[in-house]
Structure formats: structure tokens, C-alpha cells
Ligand binder design. Structure first.
Ligand SMILES: Cc1cc2nc3c(=O)[nH]c(=O)nc-3n(C[C@H](O)[C@H](O)[C@H](O)COP(=O)(O)OP(=O)(O)OC[C@H]3O[C@@H](n4cnc5c(N)ncnc54)[C@H](O)[C@@H]3O)c2cc1C
Length: 534
């Protein structure tokens, strides 16, 4: 088993070739004894602005495993832990119909991939279009303000993460996260995602990877269909019985034993369908707020001091939290050197989010700044959170007068006056930034939280409240406003064969955790059933 050496320090101007002698020195061996080494982790230590440096974790492979054991015993060096069970014990219950997976976001794609590897030949249906056509629809929204409610930033191959920064950080501690990263590399992602402390792929690499993943699913016998929306299902005696798909205006019903519901947090009609069918749903807290844009250089300088332009550092990130009364206020989904984008998926509604390319080298850095919305803030039934989101998305749409988004200088927002023109920071949202007073576009408790958060964050990050920083509204789709509870088998409570997966059911938040959840659901199916439909 390879040895793992942590915390090897490299200066900003030292080459990675220095890692091998430094690692060898740490465990007092000659570098020639090392047959191979692999970078397992890389992070930037910027705590002391006068001494910014890299920290590496490196796996060392020696010629002889006995030698590795001796060195570990002598020096206390740890071993590199293995990550994922290679084999999932196969189940024996005969399955007579292929599993259906609704939604080709990270949860659906990774679930379909694993099922396909184990010979389940799943059917993966996606309401939106394939990546290339989806990009055209995204461009049409940006250029002409025309929204396709079935093909946009939330719907289509790759799901909500396809037009993103492709951040792959996750707070979940699950060994499957490593598997997700390795599969993404197999699908063409940059190899540094495996060891960077804050890995990101950039939207262009995510889009390529999801296409490659689709190819792998198909190669393994899976069937992937776009423009195909799960529009109905029936439940008989506590078990899934049929599913109905809508495709180009046609309805198709098929008998089904397994439906993986990986439809994401924006599939509001699917939540309504589940409610109508009596599937258990609960209201869930979420958060809403705005995107804030600063000059990238300002953020870089605040995080890296005099090293801010060093070519090896890249665009800087931040993550900050605060309190406003009993509410949380926090920054979220930061996109360094990126763009604010229109993430609407319903006509007459405006929602925004962020996206970056791999290089993260555009003029502005943006992040969401959001305030928590508790279940007490949304009186009403299980879907009250959806209606809350809709209400404020409509207000933003009205304020922008179409598919642009309402934007405001931070100084104007804090003083409650409408912005007349923008200054040093130019908004990046397309098709247009409508100068507005965002104070009209969100509820009072959210505005109050945002204002106190902006002031607090500017104490931690100098310039955060710069007068010209641009706020764009509204960021409403931070997570699902609903939970679809599931039992130990990962099936929806009381409905055999229905597996909620990923963010839409409240079981994940972010690309990696949604993909991990998709793998978990696939494992549950593989561990129980044996395909009998050939
Ligand atoms: C613009 C943007 C940027 C983001 N950036 C990041 C980031 O950098 N890093 C990160 O970790 N997370 C990011 N996120 C969040 C991340 O994308 C989500 O957490 C993740 O995609 C959730 O995965 P999922 O598979 O559960 O659902 P989704 O990705 O939402 O996928 C659900 C899929 O189901 C399809 N669908 C919905 N209803 C139906 C139906 N009835 N029938 C068939 N198909 C259906 C949808 O079209 C969609 O493709 C971002 C989100 C957005 C919107």
C-alpha cells in the first residue's frame, strides 16, 4: 500500500519536481527508492499574506511492499487509504422491467452509469435537450431574451451543474466522492481535480464530461432519451406500477418496477405530481438572496495580498458566514473570474446564478449572498416554498421588464435608491442588466439580512461593500424547498420502487454530493435486484 506524506511545503516559485526529494527526506530514504509518486492533494496556504505557499500531500510507491511497512513502522508514515468498494454484492430478487431514471443531472447520470456497469441497461430520460442544443438555447436566452422552459440553465443534459463553475468541493465525507472525481477524469475532466483542495472544472469541461458519461452509459447498454419528460406515474398497493413520458407532444406509458427520481430542485411540476399522487413531501428550509459582483483583482488582492497577480495562484475564492438576528447569512457558490447568468426555467420568472470557465480569468468575481428561509416563513402546504420562490422570481421579472435581471449598485441598495447607471463594476448578466431598486424584489427579512451581511463581510474582506459592486436578483434556487423523505432502502416512504435521488429530494446539495447520492441509489438497486428482462 503506498505511503502518504502530508503537508509538504512548496514556495510559489518552486517547481513540483521538488516534491520527490522533499518527501524522501521526510521519511529519511533516498529518492531513488521511490518507484513512483502521485500528488493526492494540493492547497494554497494564504493565512499569512507575507508567506503564501502551497501544501501538498503525496503518495509514494516503493519497489517492495515490505519496505513500505518497515518505513511506516519506523517513521509513523501513514498509508494512502483506498476509496471505494470495487464490487457491490449483487442482489437476487428478479427484476422484470428495466429501471427508469428521470433526470440527467449528476444524480441521474451517475446512477445510470453504475447501473449500466452492472448490466441493468437503464432507461435514462431527460426533459431537456442534449448538451449542444442546450447551449444554443442558453445563447438564445442571452442574446434574444427567449426562454425555452424545457431547455435552459436548469433543464437539459448535465442538469443544473452544466452551466456552472464546475466546483467539485463537497462537505460530505463519503468515499464515493473520490469515485465521482475519477469517473469525471475518465470522462475528460482535468486531472488536478483529484488532488486540488478546491477542485473546479469550469463549465466547458463539465459540458464535455457529461457528454462522455452519456457515451459510456450507452456503450454499457443503457438508453438515454432527451426531450422526454416524466409526466405521470401510478402507484398500486404501495408500489410503483407505471410511468408516463411526454415526448414531442406524445404520451407513452410503460409498466415500471423502479423509478429513480433525479429531477433536481427546479422541477416544480414533478413536485406537484408527487403531491397529487400522495407521495410524502415535507417543507424544507432553503435560502434566497442576490448575486454580488466585484472586480476580480479586488478579491484576489484581498485574499493574496502582494502575491495577488502571481500566475500560479489563479483567481481567489472566499466563503463567509454571518448572522442577522436568528437567521444565517452566507456567501454561496462563488464563481471567481466568472459571469452572472440567467437561471430561469419558468416563463415570466427571473432567477440568477453564476458560471465560470476553467481559467476563471474574466473581469468580475461573483458570489451569491443569501439569507436562510425557515419553514415558519412559508406558511401553507408542502409546496409553499415553491410558491415563495415563484413570488419573488416574478417580482424580479417585473422589475427587469423581461428576461434581463434587476441590478443595483451596492451603495444604492444600502441607501434604498434606484440605480441610474453602473460604475467601475459592469454587470455581466445577459440579455440585459435592468437598473432597478432590488429592495422591491425580495421580502423585508431577506433584505435586512443581506444588508447586515454585506456590512459584516466587508469587515472580513476589505472592499466587499464597495459602492460600485453590483447586486443582481434574485438567487432563489440555492437548494430544494421540499424534501421527499426516504427509508433505509432509499425508497420513498410508503412507495416501493420509487427512489428519490439527488438535490430534488433534499438528499444532496452540489454536483459531487448529487452524483454520490446517485451512486448510493444505484448500489441499493444493485444490492437488491437481479435483471431478468433480456
Ligand atoms: C448555474 C448553476 C451553477 C452551479 N454551480 C455549481 C458548482 O459550481 N458546484 C456545485 O457543486 N454545484 C453547483 N450548482 C448546483 C448543482 O448544479 C446541483 O446541486 C446539482 O446539479 C444537482 O444535481 P441533481 O442531479 O440532483 O439535479 P439537477 O442537476 O437539477 O438535474 C435534474 C435533471 O432532471 C431533469 N428533469 C427535471 N424534471 C424532469 C422530468 N419530469 N422528467 C425528466 N427529466 C426531468 C432536469 O432537466 C435536469 O436535467 C450550480 C447550479 C446552478 C443552477
Amino acid at each position: 500500500m503506498p505511503l502518504y506524506i502530508r503537508e509538504i511545503r512548496l514556495g510559489l516559485d518552486e517547481e513540483e519536481d521538488e516534491l520527490l526529494p522533499k518527501a524522501a527526506q521526510r521519511i529519511q530514504i533516498r529518492k531513488e527508492q521511490i518507484v513512483k509518486y502521485k500528488i493526492v492533494r494540493q492547497s494554497i496556504d494564504a493565512r499569512d499574506k507575507g508567506d503564501i505557499h502551497f501544501k501538498y500531500g503525496v503518495a509514494l510507491y516503493l519497489a517492495d511492499a515490505r519496505e513500505e511497512i518497515c518505513i511506516s513502522q519506523r517513521t509513523g508514515a501513514e498509508y494512502l487509504k483506498e476509496e471505494y468498494p470495487a464490487e457491490i454484492p449483487a442482489g437476487q430478487t428478479p427484476l422484470y422491467k428495466r429501471p427508469v431514471i428521470a433526470g440527467a443531472g449528476p444524480a441521474g447520470l451517475f446512477c445510470a452509469y453504475l447501473l449500466s456497469v452492472y448490466g441493468f441497461s437503464p432507461l435514462l430520460i431527460e426533459r431537456g435537450k442534449g448538451t449542444d442544443e442546450r447551449i444554443s438555447d442558453f445563447e438564445a436566452l442571452n442574446e434574444k431574451g427567449v426562454l425555452d422552459p424545457e431547455s435552459n440553465v436548469c433543464f437539459g443534459e448535465g442538469g443544473a451543474g452544466a452551466f456552472s463553475d464546475g466546483k467539485l468541493t463537497t462537505r460530505i465525507k463519503d468515499a464515493r466522492a473520490g469515485t465521482v472525481l475519477k469517473l469525471l477524469i475518465k470522462a475528460g475532466a482535468p486531472e488536478d481535480i483529484l488532488y486540488a483542495a478546491k477542485p473546479h472544472m469550469g463549465t466547458e469541461n463539465i459540458r464535455q464530461a457529461v457528454k462522455a458519461l452519456r457515451g459510456m452509459i450507452e456503450e454499457n447498454g443503457g438508453d438515454v432519451r432527451f426531450n422526454t419528460c416524466l409526466s405521470d406515474l401510478t402507484i398500486a398497493e404501495g408500489a410503483l406500477a407505471t410511468v408516463t413520458f411526454r415526448s414531442a407532444g406524445h404520451m407513452e406509458e410503460e409498466a415500471a418496477d423502479i423509478l429513480v427520481l433525479a429531477t433536481g430542485h427546479s422541477s416544480r411540476d414533478t413536485y406537484a405530481l408527487l403531491k397529487e399522487k400522495g407521495v410524502a413531501l415535507h417543507k424544507k428550509p432553503f435560502a434566497v438572496g442576490l448575486r454580488i459582483e466585484h472586480p476580480r483583482e479586488l478579491i484576489d488582492a484581498s485574499q493574496y495580498g502582494r502575491f495577488f497577480a502571481h500566475p500560479r495562484l489563479g483567481a481567489a475564492e472566499y466563503r463567509m458566514t454571518s448572522r442577522s438576528g436568528n437567521r444565517g447569512v452566507y456567501t454561496f457558490c462563488m464563481c471567481p473570474g466568472g459571469l452572472v447568468i440567467n437561471a430561469s426555467s419558468e416563463e415570466g420568472h427571473t432567477a440568477v446564478n453564476g458560471m465560470s470557465y476553467y481559467k476563471r480569468d474574466l473581469e468580475n468575481s461573483n458570489s451569491a449572498i443569501v439569507v436562510t428561509v425557515g419553514t415558519d416563513d412559508i406558511p401553507g402546504d408542502e409546496l409553499a416554498g415553491v410558491e415563495f420562490q415563484r413570488r419573488w422570481e416574478k417580482a424580479c421579472h417585473a422589475a427587469a421588464g423581461g428576461y434581463g435581471a434587476p441590478c443595483q449598485r451596492t451603495e444604492d441598495f444600502l441607501k434604498g435608491r434606484k440605480t441610474k447607471s453602473f460604475g467601475i463594476v459592469q454587470p455581466t448578466i445577459k440579455p440585459c442588466a435592468a437598473a432597478a431598486d432590488i429592495n422591491e424584489c425580495l421580502p423585508g427579512f431577506v433584505l435586512q439580512g443581506l444588508k447586515s451581511g454585506i456590512e459584516d463581510f466587508s469587515r472580513k474582506l476589505k472592499g466587499f461593500n464597495m459602492p460600485d459592486a453590483v447586486l443582481t436578483g434574485a438567487e432563489t434556487r440555492t437548494s430544494a424547498p421540499v424534501t421527499i423523505p426516504r427509508g433505509d432502502s432509499l425508497e420513498a416512504v410508503g412507495v416501493k420502487g420509487l427512489y428519490p435521488a439527488g438535490e430534488g429530494g433534499g438528499h444532496a446539495g452540489g454536483i459531487v454530493s448529487a452524483a454520490v447520492d446517485g451512486l448510493k441509489v444505484a448500489e441499493a438497486i444493485i444490492g437488491k435486484y437481479k435483471p431478468h428482462y433480456y
